[in-house]
Design a protein around this ligand. Sequence first.
Ligand code: KG4
Ligand code: ZN
Length: 369
Amino acid sequence: MKRRFLEKAYLLGRVEPSMLTLGIESSCDETSASVVGDDLRVHSNVVFSQISQHQAYGGVVPEIASRCHVEAIPEVIGTALQEAGAEWSDLKQIAVTQGPGLASSLLIGTHTATALSQRLEIPLVDVNHLAGHVYSLFLNRRKPTAEELPMLILLVSGGHTLLLSLDERGELEQLGTTLDDAAGEALDKGAKLMGLGYPGGPIIESMAETASGEMIRLASRQRLKATRRTGALNPDFCFSFSGLKTALLYHLKDHPEDGAESRIPNLCAGYQEDVVQYLLDPVRRVLKSRSFKTLGCVGGVARNRRLRAGLEGVAQKAELPLILTDTEFCTDNAAMIASAAICGAGIPREAGLLWKDVKPNWPLGQILG
Ligand code: KG4
Ligand code: ZN
């Protein structure tokens, strides 16, 4: 099995015993373990990516994912402790992703975490993966201060696109969501339509950066209407990517020449720009209608340089400070899970409880306020 440990050692000084949280993440196709201090300093963050195992299928195969987690998790956790220079006895608690995600993948992380917490006799904290993304903002920084809240947070991952408000009491309010595909999903599906591999986001980004001449734009964002899916949410604060994906499909049918090797970079640049503008539009609208002290962006798609630049422009115009998750903590990792637990956004597991089911469809709504 090809192993890719993305992160270097974080030997950032002395490790304080009894201040360390071990984070464990296995919700999809990354097996990750991380040691994070109470001050949110990341001492280690080991990510074993399974991408190469799934690439041939154009997406994640759950059965393969769970088998890979079983194989990788002991070494990933061992390496995280080693890189942090920590002993088992230095850990004060374990934080694990309980959902949302693939049930068979989540089970590997939660069972491992349960066994470790029993053996080490330390508390276990269940964390919502989306809350983990939110709290990735503060890694290697500090917990948010009252002057930074409320913060408007754009959460953009492969499975979710949400606009959230994090308030002074640490509570999250959902302001907008996607009505169909998530932003990362739109990029992944777009790349598939263009015959470019998986995961689509980073491939489209690097292709777009080689484009010369005009980018090929596909469709401007239509104003969304209130439907059953928007529910109580303001449709102006919601997202929809299915029309854009269809526009790409028909563009490739009507203009097959744009699918040629020489034109693909321009098509990628245009498609990426459309996705970015579709994301920025609701952010601008929320900022016009409510007052925030800071703007933040988290999740795998937050790695995207074009999106980061676009958000800088929006923040500048709104005269707000912008906090972006460090690129190494945007895609799935265990440091963000530890961060959520350290910031009090996890659910402490009842002591001695040996079995707790995973929550594959755990919506953020169930842990909001
Ligand atoms: O947060 P994440 O690792 O997993 C989920 O929780 O879903 O996000 C994965 C998503 C994928 O759709 C991937 O294509 C996208 O993040 N992504 C990017 C970039 N890197 C990863 N999208 C755009 N630009 C990137 N550089
Ligand atoms: Zn994620």
